[in-house]
Design a protein around this ligand. Structure first.
Ligand SMILES: Nc1nc2c(ncn2[C@@H]2O[C@H](COP(=O)(O)OP(=O)(O)O)[C@@H](O)[C@H]2O)c(=O)[nH]1
Ligand SMILES: [Mg+2]
Length: 369
């Protein structure tokens, strides 16, 4: 593979709280400090690409000039950008969202809470990092901030205490920075969890589109058939039923195939990124023991298991049938046939939505296995 793996990362936080230092500590993105590419005039979301060692490239988006003024504009900006990336291709997603706070400033502002809440509501996993945890007398602030973040719906394990700088101590020793392992571990874990939630949701959205065009196609077929044949005859109803049954099978087939493709792409991407992150963590900590963080590794042979789960998405669907209702008037008959199609359509989508949710839960359970 000659093309470098790319990962998209959104880093949010006010200036001076330690974003650049954190990125430098974890990924070695020293250039961050120089602020290349930042217009001095306007606040906004800025995008830079960085080579992270030889392994991969980080597409970093960061918040330049994030402040309480224009709180609503900031929230819209961030949420819109995340949603824009959150399309069907996993390579486009924000694989990592990190919100940085400082234990020194000990503040989480109202507008920042609103941003976090909105991101969580949109189905995103957010890592929060408290920097400056090395300073004396910050314990109280740390506990207070952690409680606020948990209240907002951030998982306890997604709150990382960090120190991004090493300092000279008396006697010539240097203090060690900390938090790197937790951040990298969470990036991997959160990506897997996002896959579990987003892939079934994307498959469902795709299925809805297919089902809608199936229904429209059937409406046309009913109109045509009812014009050519006697709309009230049992033969006409059977003809429509056959057509509906055959075409819905094709839709099921296409939903399964789409799901398998998306899931296979997601797993491939996840495995590649997880490997690169392990290598990076080993390099940066000097502890090649990073193998111990393998509880989220996803062996390739499990792809089959996932594909089977995906196939189940459509297996449970009801065979298609409209009931014959006697009525003599053509228009009433056409309307009844369409209502029959609508009922089938609703039942199928309900089942699909239920199955997609079940699939998400099953995928999440595989992580623990
Ligand atoms: N003691 C300590 N200082 C830190 C830590 N993180 C950042 N700093 C210092 O805080 C200041 C602001 O950091 P910077 O990374 O430039 O913040 P940014 O504006 O959010 O990018 C710098 O002087 C850093 O050296 C930390 O975890 N502990
Ligand atoms: Mg900075």
């Amino acid at each position: 593979m000659d093309k470098k793996l790319k990962t998209n990362m959104l880093v949010i936080g006010k200036s001076g709280i330690g974003k650049s230092s954190l990125l430098n500590y974890i990924f070695g993105l020293e250039q961050e400090k120089t602020g290349i590419g930042r217009p001095v005039t306007a606040a906004g979301l800025y995008h830079h690409g960085y080579d992270c060692g030889t392994a991969f490239t980080i597409n970093l988006y960061d918040t330049w000039g994030l402040e309480a003024n224009q709180a609503k504009r900031w929230k819209d900006l961030i949420v819109t950008e995340v949603r824009r990336h959150d399309c069907e291709h996993i390579t486009e997603w924000f694989h990592t969202i990190i919100y940085v706070f400082s234990a020194k400033s000990a503040r989480i502002e109202g507008f920042e809470k609103a941003i976090i809440r909105e991101l969580i509501d949109q189905g995103n996993r957010v890592i929060t990092v408290l920097t400056h945890c090395d300073l004396p007398n910050v314990d109280g602030a740390i506990h207070q901030m952690e409680a606020i973040l948990e209240d907002l719906g951030i998982d306890k394990r997604n709150i990382v205490r960090a120190c991004s700088v090493s300092k000279k101590l008396l006697g010539g020793l240097e203090s060690e920075p900390f938090g790197l392992e937790d951040v990298i571990h969470n990036i991997r874990k959160n990506l897997w969890q996002s896959i579990c939630l987003k892939v079934p949701a994307n498959v469902l959205t795709h299925a809805q589109l297919l089902m809608e065009s199936w229904r429209n196609d059937l409406y046309d077929y009913i109109e045509e058939t009812a014009t050519v044949f006697n709309a009230s005859s049992l033969r006409t109803v059977n003809r429509i039923n056959d057509y509906a049954g055959r075409s819905v099978e094709a839709v099921y087939e296409s939903i399964s195939q789409y799901g398998e493709e998306k899931m296979a792409a997601a797993i491939t991407y996840y495995c590649q990124l997880a490997n690169q992150l392990s290598a990076l963590a080993g390099e940066r900590t000097g502890k090649p023991k990073w193998g111990q963080f393998t509880d989220f590794d996803f062996p390739r042979d499990r792809v089959d298991v996932v594909c089977e789960l995906l196939a189940n998405l459509v297996v449970g669907l009801i065979p298609f049938a409209i009931f014959f209702l006697p009525s003599s008037n053509r228009d009433t008959r056409v309307q009844e046939l369409k209502e029959g199609i609508d009922a089938g359509y609703s039942r199928i989508l309900e089942t699909l939505s239920h199955e997609a949710q079940k699939l998400g839960v099953q995928l999440l359970q595989m992580q623990a296995a």
